[in-house]
Design a protein around this ligand. Sequence first.
Ligand code: ADP
Ligand code: MG
Length: 245
Amino acid sequence: MTTATIEKTCPAEAKGLTKIYRAGTNRVAALTDVSLTVRRGEFLTVMGASGSGKSTLLHLLAGLTERTGGEVLIDGVDLAKMSDAARTRFRRRHIGVVFQAFNLIPTLTAEENILLPALIEGGMPDARKKAETLMQTLEITERRHHRPDSLSGGEQQRVAIARALIMEPTLILADEPTGNLDSENGERLCKILRSLCDERERTIVLVTHESAVAAYGDRCVTLRDGRISGEQVMPAMRHDVKGDT
Ligand code: ADP
Ligand code: MG
């Protein structure tokens, strides 16, 4: 795809997105007719009660879950139309995903987990340097040789965040990434994400249930029972954050 094509497309777009989970005779409509356009460089937050469909939306945007209806386009590309291998490669190169359950590889150290996407890609020239910088920024350097089971929840979360950022993805999808962090680390992460949008035009979709976290975003959509029930533009905090970083 040419740069010109990318400029014209949205980093993430959902049209009439629907997801129904079926387990036996049970049917759960997790998302119903969700349409959403995320602009380049935008920091979008998604809020909503537990079970409102936030994680499902993020998984569908990442092409990790098969949708029941509607469309998802990432940079104008429909991930559902790709082969599994092509989709996995596209995701690894362009999308940084922070899962609610971290999904770290238990047999690898913190540092190895962070470097994994770059290693699979056949090694990125300065991956080790980037990992070093990320570990320092997220204050996990001292834990680099530890495996996930000997890391605290907050440390595992920061490793998962570093792994999501190592490939310098243009789109970052994060599911409650501050959920296990103390307020200081949570604030630090929000500022890092904010500056990625402001200075490097990265696009972020972040799920949170904390309004203090949502305040770092540009816009907040609220989900209720699988539907978008509200949308709020959040201009004020943006200037505060810009002012003190
Ligand atoms: P949230 O992240 O907002 O808590 P989820 O997207 O995880 O919400 O879930 C939305 C709804 O879909 C909930 O009712 C949940 O129980 C259901 N759900 C999520 N994942 C599955 C699954 N794999 N199988 C069946 N139901 C699911
Ligand atoms: Mg969730």
